[in-house]
Design a binder for this molecule. Structure first.
Ligand SMILES: [Zn+2]
Length: 76
């Protein structure tokens, strides 16, 4: 029995793959939806998620991020 059918999965074309855009940086991570998380219907890329976690209260960047996140809630 010859089974010469090789399953080769390639990450090409990204057909049918959801390409979400991050609400903070407005970019699509290379891994698409797998490269981030969904927060109440909005997409947040891993990079920004980490940044939010890392940023401390009182930090200027924190204020910046907070303002952007606020817009997410408003959009709902
Ligand atoms: Zn982002």
């Amino acid at each position: 029995m010859v089974t010469s059918r090789r399953t080769k999965r390639r990450f090409s074309g990204q057909m049918g793959v959801l390409l979400p855009v991050c609400v903070i940086c407005e970019e699509t991570p290379p891994r698409g939806i797998a490269g981030g998380i969904m927060v109440s219907g909005c997409f947040l890329c891993m990079r920004c998620e980490k940044e939010i976690v890392r940023t401390r209260v009182g930090d200027r960047r924190y204020f910046d991020l907070k303002e952007k996140i606020k817009k997410i809630w408003v959009q709902q």
